[in-house]
Design a protein around this ligand. Structure first.
Ligand SMILES: NC(=O)c1ccc[n+]([C@@H]2O[C@H](COP(=O)([O-])OP(=O)(O)OC[C@H]3O[C@@H](n4cnc5c(N)ncnc54)[C@H](OP(=O)(O)O)[C@@H]3O)[C@@H](O)[C@H]2O)c1
Length: 295
């Protein structure tokens, strides 16, 4: 089975490459040089020309704060490009797997968000991702949109690697009033590969629509930071819990972005593992790579 992959260089893209063969999936990579996602025409052509059974979009404009001043670019990459993918997929009868975010929710309340809950993004990034979801649904081709949250991996930039790079500091102020579910990109990649096989092998099957996938267990950034330093061992700063208002950022972030992931078990027959297990594995892999935090 062959899958076209947008965003091969990102956290999720690299984890998909590491794991695809084990699922019998051969990936055809489309990186930024081959199709910049600000160019919807190039995106459409990449789908039209590919000899594949399915398209997976792991690319996104993910700079949450920068999106506040670059909303047009975020919209192009996160909404117009997925729309172009969806149209080109529908024209060829190809299924599309697209990845979205917990930031489509406004963060109110304390209940985990279900796929059926009302959305209401509070920042430009969330608005652009929601526009992407809506555009794909509107095209009406067969698709699966998987919302995830707080993604980390040995690759690229993420909270785990940022914390490790700050291990030598005496003290760190970390936000303690935003709640979410950290997600190992490798675990998400596994789920997407299972989903991809199902969608290709059972075209009329139930694997479509909207799905939440995140590591098991809710936490705050402060508790996540403490878990990272505890699991890594060695030097660790004193973590000082702060509120969101004490740590202002250009973009507002949802206070509660905990995703309810019940549906994934029914749909894919797999259960997200605890994020602490994904964290331990990520730290192990980073250590194997001699602690190179920049790769
Ligand atoms: N990271 C998180 O905490 C988080 C949380 C919730 C949801 N998500 C979603 O999960 C998915 C995967 O995220 P991730 O963390 O793997 O993202 P990432 O590491 O930031 O990677 C993003 C990928 O998108 C590509 N890309 C960005 N702009 C592009 C453009 N104009 N043209 C072509 N490619 C472009 C990047 O290409 P280059 O390598 O060339 O830069 C990179 O390969 C995304 O849909 C994201 O919205 C992420």
């Amino acid at each position: 089975m062959r899958a076209l992959l947008f965003g091969p260089g990102g956290q999720l893209g690299r984890e998909l490459q590491d794991r695809a063969a084990a699922h019998g999936v051969s990936l055809v990579l489309v990186d930024r040089a081959m199709a910049d996602l600000t160019d919807a025409g190039a995106v459409a052509r990449a789908v039209q020309d590919a000899d594949v059974d399915i398209v997976i979009n792991a690319a996104a404009y993910t700079a949450v704060d920068q999106a506040e001043t670059e909303e047009a670019v975020a919209q192009a990459v996160n909404a117009a490009a997925p729309a172009a993918m969806a149209r080109a997929c529908a024209a060829r009868g190809l299924p599309l797997i697209h990845v979205s975010t917990d930031y489509v929710f406004d963060g109110a309340g304390s209940a985990p968000w279900r796929e059926t809950d009302p959305v209401g993004p509070i920042g430009a990034y969330g608005r652009s991702k929601l526009a992407g979801e809506a555009a794909i649904a509107e095209v009406g081709g067969r698709h699966l949109i998987v919302r995830t949250s707080w993604v980390f991996s040995p690759y690229g930039r993420n909270f785990v690697k940022t914390m490790l790079s700050l291990a030598g500091r005496p003290e760190l102020r970390v936000v303690d009033d935003q709640h979410g579910r950290p997600t190992a990109a490798g675990d998400l990649a596994e789920a997407l590969l299972v989903a991809a096989r199902r969608m290709v092998e059972t075209p009329d099957g139930p694997v479509q629509g909207l799905l939440h996938f995140a590591g098991e267990g809710a936490t705050t950034w402060r508790m996540f930071a403490e878990a990272i330093f505890a699991a890594a061992g060695g030097a660790a700063p004193t973590i000082v819990p702060v509120t969101t208002s004490e740590y202002p950022t250009p973009a507002r972030r949802p206070a509660n972005s905990v995703l309810d992931c019940t549906r994934v078990e029914a749909l894919l027959g797999l259960r997200p593992r605890p994020w602490r297990d994904g964290l331990a594995e990520t730290l192990r892999r980073l250590a194997e790579r001699s602690g190179d935090l920049k790769a």
